[in-house]
Design a protein around this ligand. Sequence first.
Ligand SMILES: *Cc1c(COP(=O)(O)O)cnc(C)c1O
Length: 392
Amino acid sequence: MNNDIIEKAEKCIVNTYKRPSIVIEKGRGCKVWDTDGKSYIDFVAGVAVCSLGHSHPRVVKALCSQADILFHVSNLYYTVPQVELALWLVENSFADKVFFCNSGAEANEAAIKLARKYFSTNNEKERYKIISMERSFHGRTMATLSATGQDKVKKGYDPILEGFDFVPFNDIDALANKINSSTCAVLLEPVQGEGGLWRPAPGYLKEVRKLCDETGALLIFDEIQTGIGRTGKLFAYQHFGVEPDIMTLAKALGNGLPIGAMLAKEHVASAFVHGSHASTFGGTPVVTAAALEVLKVLSEEKVIEHCGRIGAYFMERLMWLKSRHSSIRDVRGIGLMLGIELDTEGEPVVNKCLEKGFLVNCIQGNVIRFIPPLIISKQEIDDLVLCLDEIL
Ligand SMILES: *Cc1c(COP(=O)(O)O)cnc(C)c1O
């Protein structure tokens, strides 16, 4: 069965992913099953997406009920779930306005376009440069790969978009030297995800905010991976006492349904007027009804508080692991966005974990990343840590 599907996949699916030889058929909570009936504890969660675990009953119900009422009418009309979701986001963040789209890259596209439109509307057309960070990841579309600080993402796609500069993350002097009156925005992930789980240095984000205020540049936080509870707070910026002007969300917002959102302060958002930007599917009723239910479950069931506590426990266990294995160079991250940096290739470790019934993933060649559902239990963490102890 597995082999048959994999053979067909090789024939008909574009070869952009290297995948293991299993076919996942079913998911429940923190577990998935392959077509041979083997189960795995999922420490990938669809890349930090399925924060409430797989097929959460309340999300399934919200999705099915809305599908029975209204699927899609486009953004030419108002719909109830979209407005309710936007209101929830506005009431629980720094932002005044929300634009919905379908993915992280699209949310960042909207943010980049809005930042440029803002200055062009204010008669500062020369002010279009965006500074982002080395090691950052912002997506795979032309504008978002141009904003990404990793060569491997850009290779082969020249000419990339003009107007993007890069500075090292956590180097405030480098930013101070680069930022000026031609800077339209500084774009960064408050905690870098794909780039290797790097936290901001103490005070760094406050200094970035200050430089933006002094030069008049906008501050954009890409919280596509850090947002919606992953770090132990609803949004990562809440750890650091710094608010952006624009923020992007996607991944966990729909627990697996494709949704992206760009949030902004009123004076910035007002640069988008009728016809400035659009999306056919963005914020469609089925997806927004499900996303609203995700947010309700997160707050009613105190999932984010659990993430903070269990993340701290997980970090402790990883430090214990590091004390036993010199092959672990570093343990990094925040909340349930954790990783261990190895002094060797990570892929063999990922494959051994898979054999033993755990899904984990490797970034940057040697960082094993753990981004499980936020409902992960102590027992499941203990099981993984013991498995890693054996493998290493
Ligand atoms: C995943 C990710 C993106 C891209 O999101 P897509 O939905 O894959 O387009 C952008 N920024 C960050 C920080 C991400 O983690």
